[in-house]
Design a protein around this ligand. Structure first.
Ligand SMILES: [Fe+2]
Ligand SMILES: [Fe+2]
Length: 473
C-alpha cells in the first residue's frame, strides 16, 4: 500500500521543491486554507479520527493511502496525471498541433475564468455540507461524506496550484478570493447559484453527489480535453477521485430506494412512510428537482461562448480525443427544439454553437444508466413501480426553456397547469419537513438508520462493523 509522509507539508508530483518561489507562495496560502477548513469545513466529528483515503501519487491502482486520520491533519496534495507523450490539441481550430505548457496571452482571461468558476464549486460544496454529519444514517455514510469533503478541498488545491503557477499576480488574488467567498453569504456568495443553499438532509446529499458531482464529472472531462496541458492533467486526476463521489450518490440513492421498496411491501397499505421510510413518490420528486437544477449548470443550449472555447481548444467534448473523428466540428448541425409562438419547434443549430447541449446529452445518458440500475433494484424487491428522469425541458431556470412551463414528459403546458401539479412533481414544504424529521444521526459502528438499506460492502474491503469514525478517539 502507498504510504504517506506527514513530514511533507504539501505532497505533490509537480516538483514543488524545485520552484522555491511557487512553494513559498503556496505555503503562504496554506494557513488561510486551514483556517477556512476549520471555520466552514466539517463541523461534526471535527477532530475525531476518520478512515480516509489520501492521494499520495498518481500510479493507477496505487495512488491512495487508506488510514484513520483527524481531518485537520489530512494531507491535501497537488497531483497531476502523468503527461501523455506527444499529446496534441484534441479539439478546435488547432486540433493536431502541440498542446500548450504555458497559457497563451490571447486565452489568458478565458482560461482564468474557466478555472476560477470550476474552483469555486469545490469549497462551496464543503461549506454547504458542513453540518450534515450530525444526522448521518451511519458512520459508514459519515465517512463517505468526509471523503467527498476532503477531496473537494484537494480539488481546490489543484486549481489553486494552476492559478499560482500560471497566472501570476491575478492568479494569486483569485486564489485568495476562493477562500473569501462563502456559500450563501449575502455579500460574498459563491459564483454559481446552486452552490449557495445549505444541504440539510441526506436525500439531498445523495442527489447532490449523484447529479451535481456528475455535472462536475462532465465539466472536468471537457477540461481534460483542453489544449492547456497542465489543466488537462489536473482534471484527469480529479476525475479519478470524482468516481467515488458519484458512487456515494448513486449507491446512496439505491440504498434508500431498496429500503423504500422493502417498507412499501411490508406496510399493509403499501405506505413506506407509515414505517418510517422515504417513499418512492418522494424520491421521484427529489430526482426531478436535482436533475432539473443540474441541467441548468451546463449553460445555454445555444452559446457563442461554448463555440469560442471549443474553437480555441480550451474545452473539448466528452472523450473528444477518443470518441470523435472530426475534431473541427465546423460542419454539421444539431436539432435543438426551441419555443416559438407558444409551441416547441425544431431548430437547427451549427454544431459548435451547440457544444453545451452536446455535453448535456452525455450527462443525461450517464444519469439514465443509474436510473436503470435503481429500477432493477425495485424489480428485485418485487415492486412494479419505476423511477424516471424528467424531460430536459422540465423545471428549467436557465436557457431556452426557462420562463416556459413543461410537464415531466416535456410537453408544454400553461403556468397555471404547472402550478396545479407542482406538488406532485417537486418537493413540497411537507415533503421537506418529513424527510428532515427522519434525519437523526446513527453513530454506532455497524448500525444503520431505518430509512436506508446497508451498503453491499464496506470501504476498502472493511467489514460492516468497522469503525469508520473513531468517535471516542
Ligand atoms: Fe470536485
Ligand atoms: Fe466531487
Amino acid at each position: 500500500m502507498a504510504s504517506i509522509d506527514y513530514g511533507e507539508k504539501i505532497p505533490n508530483n509537480v516538483n514543488l521543491g524545485g520552484d522555491r518561489r511557487l512553494q513559498r507562495a503556496l505555503e503562504k496560502w496554506q494557513p488561510a486554507f486551514l483556517d477556512w477548513w476549520g471555520d466552514v469545513g466539517p463541523q461534526v466529528f471535527k477532530t475525531d479520527e476518520v478512515y480516509l483515503r489520501t492521494a499520495v501519487s498518481t500510479k493507477p491502482g496505487g495512488w491512495a493511502h487508506f488510514g484513520h486520520v483527524r481531518m485537520p491533519d489530512y494531507r491535501w496534495g497537488i497531483f497531476l496525471s502523468d503527461p501523455e507523450k506527444d499529446r496534441v490539441i484534441p479539439a478546435g481550430d488547432d486540433a493536431g498541433k502541440k498542446v500548450w505548457q504555458e497559457v497563451p496571452g490571447e486565452h489568458r482571461n478565458a482560461l482564468k475564468r474557466i478555472i476560477v468558476v470550476q474552483a469555486d464549486t469545490e469549497p462551496a460544496s464543503v461549506e454547504q455540507q458542513r453540518w450534515l454529519a450530525a444526522s448521518s444514517p451511519s458512520l459508514y455514510d459519515a465517512r463517505n461524506l468526509f471523503q467527498v469533503n476532503v477531496e473537494e478541498a484537494r480539488h481546490l488545491w489543484a486549481m489553486v496550484y494552476l492559478l499560482h503557477a500560471h497566472f501570476g499576480r491575478d492568479g494569486r488574488d483569485e486564489a485568495d478570493a476562493l477562500l473569501e467567498r462563502r456559500s450563501g453569504d449575502e455579500d460574498k456568495p459563491r459564483i454559481l447559484d446552486a452552490f449557495n443553499q445549505p444541504c440539510r438532509e441526506w436525500l439531498s446529499f445523495f442527489c447532490f453527489t449523484m447529479f451535481t458531482d456528475r455535472d462536475g464529472k462532465f465539466q472536468l472531462a471537457s477540461l481534460a480535453e483542453s489544449a492547456f496541458d497542465p489543466l488537462s492533467r489536473t482534471c484527469r486526476f480529479m476525475l479519478t477521485e470524482e468516481a467515488h463521489h458519484l458512487f456515494v450518490g448513486d449507491t446512496g440513492l439505491d440504498r434508500i430506494i431498496r429500503r423504500a421498496a422493502q417498507l412499501t411491501r411490508k406496510d399493509p397499505n403499501g405506505d413506506a412512510r407509515a414505517l418510517g421510510g422515504i417513499d418512492l413518490p418522494t424520491i421521484q420528486k427529489w430526482i426531478n428537482y436535482w436533475f432539473s437544477y443540474c441541467l441548468d449548470l451546463f449553460g445555454a443550449e445555444v452559446s457563442t461562448n461554448a463555440a469560442d472555447y471549443f474553437a480555441a481548444g480550451l474545452k473539448g467534448r466528452f472523450r473528444e480525443a477518443k470518441a470523435y473523428d472530426d475534431h473541427l466540428a465546423r460542419e454539421g448541425v444539431k436539432n435543438i427544439p426551441t419555443v416559438k409562438n407558444g409551441a416547441v419547434v425544431d431548430q437547427e443549430v451549427a454544431m459548435r454553437l451547440a457544444m453545451n447541449e452536446v455535453l448535456r446529452d452525455a450527462y443525461i445518458d450517464d444519469c439514465a444508466k443509474s436510473v436503470v440500475r435503481w429500477n432493477k433494484t425495485l424489480e428485485k424487491e418485487g415492486l412494479s413501480e419505476r423511477l424516471a428522469l424528467p424531460h430536459r425541458r422540465f423545471h428549467r431556470r436557465q436557457g431556452l426553456y426557462a420562463g416556459h412551463s413543461f410537464d415531466v414528459e416535456g410537453n408544454m403546458i400553461d403556468a397555471d397547469a404547472f402550478e396545479a401539479q407542482r406538488g406532485e412533481w417537486l418537493p413540497t414544504e411537507d415533503d421537506r419537513d418529513y424527510v428532515e424529521s427522519l434525519m437523526k444521526g446513527v453513530h454506532e459502528p455497524g448500525k444503520m438508520a431505518n430509512w436506508i438499506a446497508p451498503p453491499r460492502k464496506g470501504i476498502n474491503g472493511q467489514v460492516a462493523e468497522f469503525e469508520y469514525v473513531r468517535t471516542d478517539a
